[in-house]
Write a new protein. Sequence first.
Length: 253
Amino acid sequence: MTEATTGTDWRAWQRSWDRQQEWYMPDREERFRVMLDMVEALVGPRPRVLDLACGTGSISDRLLRRFPEATSTGVDLDPALLAIARGYFAGDERVSFVTADLKDPGWPALLPYGTYDAVLTATALHWFHAGPLTTLYGQLAGLVRDGGVLMNADHMIDTATPGINEAERAHRHAAMERARSAGALDWTQWWDVAAKDPVLAGPTAERFRIYGEHAEGDTPSADWHARTLREAGFAEARPVWSSPSDSLVLALK
């Protein structure tokens, strides 16, 4: 689908998704910058990237603007977010999208390439419990070429610091309430708008049929992610960026 054929402003939907995500993560662009800095440092400016659980293609968008000679494969199961991604990137031969369930053992066979220079994901894998995430990391180790990288930016909780965690959460939620008062949409409100859109209403209904109202997973610490990635076959792994609530863990194959 293209904007010309559907009358849908996909760029506006992409911006709307970004604004909704920034309501939860005001430092979202900083984590993307560091992620792409490390892509350039470790695999260069022409990477073949797997944008894992890509949503609307936020990572691919920033990747291709910074590295025009990069290529990206976006993978997701969400039909509404994939509709936005496909509409937004329509006609761009550098990017393709695959509909796949990352909990299906056979999902890697759907990819157009057998290996990638980098696997990048953000704010998505917290929907997985530790067991399935461990399995996924093992699969991803087989998709990253030697010398390639995997980076996961997400909410990672250190349970050894409950006082710090509670103070950070209270401070963050107070800022979110101020932003809401200024007109920011939260997750539920954004999906309410999507459900009323003539083009996205059907994919949105399908999305909630697949996932339900709330998907619950685990949010283990950055140390857990780094250790699990090393056990999966990566040579090195550690956080390369963090905020009081989130971390970006990089694993080198």
